[in-house]
Design a protein around this ligand. Structure first.
Ligand SMILES: *[C@@H]1O[C@H](CO)[C@@H](O)[C@H](O)[C@H]1NC(C)=O
Ligand SMILES: *[C@@H]1O[C@H](CO)[C@@H](O)[C@H](O)[C@H]1NC(C)=O
Ligand SMILES: *[C@@H]1O[C@H](CO)[C@@H](O)[C@H](O)[C@H]1NC(C)=O
Ligand SMILES: *[C@@H]1O[C@H](CO)[C@@H](O)[C@H](O)[C@H]1NC(C)=O
Ligand SMILES: *[C@@H]1O[C@H](CO)[C@@H](O)[C@H](O)[C@H]1NC(C)=O
Ligand SMILES: *[C@@H]1O[C@H](CO)[C@@H](O)[C@H](O)[C@H]1NC(C)=O
Ligand SMILES: *[C@@H]1O[C@H](CO)[C@@H](O)[C@H](O)[C@H]1NC(C)=O
Ligand SMILES: *[C@@H]1O[C@H](CO)[C@@H](O)[C@H](O)[C@H]1NC(C)=O
Ligand SMILES: *[C@@H]1O[C@H](CO)[C@@H](O)[C@H](O)[C@H]1NC(C)=O
Length: 784
């Protein structure tokens, strides 16, 4: 604050200055802050310009000296009292005339109105002339001068003003000579406009140079005011502070207090300086006026001299010991820009932030930002966590994706390798009304078998493993997983699959479909619940149902099925592995031939197929074994063995038996020859069957197992013979519901015979369910 500025105008100017300074400050600080963004401490450096520096603070005058004269504060180097020692020198002594009320300060004859760190304001002087109708009455040219060797010179803040309607006035400065003036005329009072000093009733020089020590004012009328006397009898001219005078228009022409008012309100401004030296010289001398924390400025008036200015961030009187004092910017929130913590430093202040905050702490900068200590850690760990998680997920996804893709590709490969395309083609080309074999996916079967769980294994053998599977529609199936698959036989396999799925005989285990997506094709059969005939024969002692009749029925059913396969239209199917273990029994103890894994279709033009010998020891046709010539008769041989098993309840081959008994059929034939059949027959069979029947069956066995295939009957004959035998013995119909009924209770129920044949609702005509094997799946390439 300017201590000496009393008017609102100057404080406004100061404010504007401060604002400018502030902007400058901000700009400067911005730069500083940008340069040291990370530094939480910011030093505010004041600019070196000191135009606004003011003398303020408690120590304005020399200690013990009067501070004020009337309303005017007299700061050192000025001082009140002539020769009092309160001023720095003769020219700075202020005579405070207390005969005025309030007292008035004077330097020489001139009344002082204000002193600041740069200027001193005196009451000015006004030249005036008044005219009567005939001419000049009073003339008063004005003079004002300060000691030409003194420290004062007129400032350029002044301007020269002339009031009148018929006047030309001149101001002449001296020592540094200059002349200036202006003419003010008007013909009517109405032409004069208040506030405008542009030559009509009032004129002002726009510029008065600085540095002159005294001036004269010469006021002249052009026509003795003769034309304007009516409204403008007097004219005035004065030098004074530019902004202080306000022209009030024609009202001023007739105002008798105009001079008084002007003198009271419009001072004349002079620059002052510590005289007779300059900074560099004064610093060398011992009377250097500037005290610590201030710097020296040479006067620009042209007369030499210097002034002292407090250093930035300091205030006080630089001419007085101990010099300028540090401004505590932190005390006044308006003088600092700190948001939280302000630390005063000599000449400046530091902004900082409390613990737990970061930033530059400045309101116009970053300010103080609360740093949540956990936040960065949490953020970091969260980020890391999420990153890791997503990485893990990505890897897992990728892994499984690749695996799945691999699996898919593998399955595709297997599908192709296993002849899937061929099968598909054949299936699609088969537009007969028959349900095509279904191609299961690996996934389906995996689900059905509970991923091939151990508790789902129904059986294991040389061929592979059979699993119990449950399809989504709750259908129970048997899934056969073979061990190996000969690639060269794929086409054949496919054809077999197709044919077998279309074999729709009630005594044949139906092949529901297959799955080619695994390395080894999987076959899906209908599930037959009661196990193998082999098993039942082995445990015949415990099976109450293993009556002669049932044995005969099973034999007949099996023979019928084989006969059906052999004579199946165009392409006979040879089972090749007929044995008791391949005859399954369903819920109703109906025989179901299964395992066509080794089956071969016989091309029409040949009755024999050359093939690798395949079969089970004990059931194997010796002729086929020797010649590798496969015919339907091989199945007949095998069936003969099964028949022998049925009537004897013995295994076809048993190493534990004596040498002659080792091979069942040989032993049976031997027994027949020696007429001691009863020795070998199952006791229950012996008990239940009639002798002729048993002999007939034994005879049938003998014929079936003839070494020469040609001597063997065809399957149809066998089936018919067995049916005949059954009919003959069907006086003991056996059903599931009266299985406790033993042979002794039922005699002569011939009427039931047909019923017993038709135990099941399935039509029984041997060929009624014959598959119309057409050329659609011709086997032109088979055995090529
Ligand atoms: C701030 O800057 C000053 C000077 O450049 C340096 O001495 C000080 O260590 C800095 N402070 C911090 C907190 O970086
Ligand atoms: C005022 O002057 C006295 C005496 O010279 C000095 O002790 C004191 O520190 C000064 N105070 C300031 C604020 O300059
Ligand atoms: C001067 O001071 C008196 C009282 O001390 C006051 O009434 C008056 O208004 C002041 N004049 C100016 C111009 O400040
Ligand atoms: C004060 O002013 C009056 C009137 O102008 C004058 O007579 C007197 O001598 C002055 N006193 C001093 C000490 O200057
Ligand atoms: C100007 O000042 C000088 C030196 O103090 C002095 O000798 C001289 O008389 C003064 N002249 C006037 C007109 O005051
Ligand atoms: C100023 O004017 C006076 C009188 O007219 C003269 O003596 C003096 O030499 C002039 N000074 C300059 C610097 O022109
Ligand atoms: C003005 O008055 C003076 C003296 O009274 C006279 O000499 C002069 O001629 C007058 N000028 C005019 C233009 O009237
Ligand atoms: C200071 O004054 C001396 C002598 O008067 C002069 O030689 C010197 O150039 C001046 N220095 C400045 C900066 O004006
Ligand atoms: C203020 O900041 C400056 C510069 O960064 C440093 O040197 C000084 O020590 C700080 N002062 C205080 C009181 O913090």
């Amino acid at each position: 604050m300017f201590l000496f500025s009393k008017s609102s105008n100057s404080s406004m100017a100061l404010r504007r200055l401060q604002v400018t300074w502030c902007w400058f400050c901000v700009l400067f600080l911005r730069l500083t802050v940008t340069a040291a963004q990370t530094n939480t401490t910011v030093t505010v450096t004041a600019p070196t310009t000191a135009s606004f520096n003011v003398i303020k603070g408690p120590n304005i005058t020399k200690p013990g000296c009067q501070r004020q004269c009337g309303n005017v504060t007299i700061p050192y180097p000025f001082g009140i009292g002539l020769n009092s020692g309160c001023a720095i020198g003769e020219f700075f002594e202020v005579n405070c005339n207390t005969s005025f009320s309030p007292p008035k300060p004077f330097i020489r004859q001139y009344e002082v109105t204000e002193i600041d760190d740069n200027h001193i304001r005196f009451v000015s002087t006004v030249a005036s002339s008044c005219y009567d109708q005939r001419g000049q009455i009073l003339e008063n040219d004005a003079f004002m001068g300060v000691n030409r060797t003194g420290p004062f010179s007129f400032s350029d803040l002044n301007t020269f003003t002339v009031i009148g309607c018929d006047d030309a006035s001149l101001v002449t400065g001296y020592i540094k000579n200059f002349s200036s003036g202006c003419v003010s005329v008007c013909s009517r009072a109405e032409d004069v406009i208040a506030g405008y000093c542009s030559g009509a009733g009032c004129c002002q020089t726009s510029y008065i140079p600085r540095g002159f020590k005294g001036f004269f004012i010469t006021l002249n009328s052009l026509q003795n005011h003769s034309d304007v006397f009516g409204f403008n009898p007097c004219s005035y001219a004065f030098l004074g502070e530019r902004d202080k005078f306000t022209f009030r228009g024609a009202a001023d022409f007739s105002d008798p207090t105009f001079i008084y008012r002007t003198l009271a309100t419009v001072p004349v401004v002079l620059d002052w300086a510590i005289w007779k030296s300059n900074c560099s010289e004064a610093q060398k001398a011992n009377d250097y006026a500037c005290h610590p924390s201030s710097f020296c400025v040479d006067s620009d008036t042209g007369f030499g001299g210097y002034r002292c200015i407090c250093a930035p961030g300091f205030e006080g009187n630089p001419y007085l010991s101990p010099g300028c004092q540090d401004v505590n910017e932190c005390e006044d929130p308006n003088t600092n820009t700190c948001e939280k913590i302000c630390t005063n430093t000599p000449g400046s202040y530091n902004c900082s932030c409390p613990v737990g905050y970061f930033g530059d702490g400045r309101k116009d900068g970053q300010g103080c930002i609360a740093k949540n200590k956990e936040f960065p850690v949490m953020k970091l760990s969260l980020g890391l966590g999420f990153g890791l998680l997503s990485l893990l997920m990505a890897i897992t996804w990728l892994y499984f994706g690749i695996k799945k893709r691999k699996l898919k590709n593998l399955r595709k490969k297997f599908f192709h390798q296993n002849g899937g395309v061929l099968l598909k083609q054949q299936v699609s080309s088969n537009h007969g009304g028959i349900e095509p074999s279904k191609i299961f996916t690996a996934e389906e079967l995996k689900k059905a078998t509970n991923n091939y769980a151990k508790d789902r294994i129904l059986g294991k053998g040389g061929y592979g493993t059979v699993y119990k599977g449950i399809l989504p529609n709750k259908q129970i199936v048997a899934i056969k997983k073979s061990k190996i698959m000969d690639e060269s036989q794929i086409e054949q396999f496919i054809n077999e699959v197709i044919i077998l799925t279309q074999v729709n005989h009630r005594n044949v285990v139906k092949l529901l479909g297959c799955c080619l997506e695994e390395e080894v094709p999987l076959l899906v059969y209908e599930y037959v619940s009661k196990g193998t005939l082999f098993h039942h024969i082995e445990h015949s002692g415990m099976s109450t149902w293993m009556s002669w009749e049932n044995r005969l029925r099973i034999a007949a059913e099996t023979a019928g099925a084989l006969s059906y396969l052999h004579s199946a239209a165009l392409k006979p199917i040879i089972h090749r592995d007929v044995k008791s273990a391949n005859i399954l029994l369903d819920d109703y103890y109906t025989a179901r031939i299964s395992d066509f894994g080794a089956s071969r279709l016989v091309p029409l033009d040949k009755t024999q197929v050359t093939t690798l010998v395949q079969g089970t020891l004990g059931y194997l046709d010796p002729e086929y074994f020797c010649t590798s010539q496969l015919t339907e008769k091989s199945d007949v041989y095998s069936f003969g063995v099964v028949l022998a098993e049925l009537i004897t309840g013995k295994k076809p081959l048993c190493m534990e038996r004596s040498k002659e008994e080792r091979n069942l059929v040989t032993y049976l034939i031997m027994c027949m020859k020696e007429n001691r059949l009863f020795q070998i027959l199952d006791p229950r069979v012996l008990r239940e069957g009639s002798l002729e029947q048993l002999q007939q069956v034994a005879e049938l066995v003998k014929r079936c197992v003839s070494l020469n295939g040609a001597d063997r009957p065809i399957m149809k004959e066998v089936a018919m013979e067995l049916e005949g035998l059954r009919k003959f013995t069907a006086r003991h119909p056996w059903t599931i519901n009266n299985q406790q009924h033993r042979d002794e209770e039922s005699i002569g129920l011939m009427a039931n015979a047909s019923e017993s044949l038709d135990l099941y609702t399935v039509p029984l005509s041997p060929y009624s369910d014959l598959v119309p094997l057409s050329g659609q799946y011709s086997l032109e390439s088979t055995d090529a």
